[in-house]
Design a protein around this ligand. Structure first.
Ligand SMILES: [Zn+2]
Length: 116
């Protein structure tokens, strides 16, 4: 039986990693570099295989587009949520529910005054 107390680094270096970790520090990059080199020859070859390069698509433009799409989606989700809350509040007002968080203007308790 070859089981050990510690898991081994995913890069294949056979070093033990601490609990909850997948790689020895820095070996995630090493693993990516090894695989890219084996499959694509170089990082430029890796990009070219996905259509990125001087004559192809812009990796950075695609990345930024992806990021902003994600941000836009999150923004739209938030707006949808707040619209739903506002709709609930409006519905509550129509149903005659009183919201006690604010007092109507001009009718505050400070309007009272004792005459001397
Ligand atoms: Zn490793």
């Amino acid at each position: 039986m070859n089981a050990s107390d510690h898991a081994k680094c995913l890069c294949g270096c056979d070093q033990a990693v601490s609990k909850g970790r997948l790689f020895v520090p820095g070996h995630d990059r090493r693993a990516a570099a090894m695989l890219i080199r084996m499959r694509h020859g170089s990082i430029a070859g890796f990009l070219a295989d996905y259509g990125y390069g001087r004559d192809g698509k812009s990796l950075k433009a695609d990345f930024l587009r992806l990021q902003s799409d994600r941000a836009l989606r999150e923004h739209q989700e938030l707006e949808a949520k707040s619209a739903a809350i506002e709709a609930e509040l409006a519905k509550g007002k129509q149903d005659g529910v009183t919201w006690t968080t604010s007092t109507p203007a001009g009718k505050g308790p400070r309007g009272e005054r004792t005459s001397s």
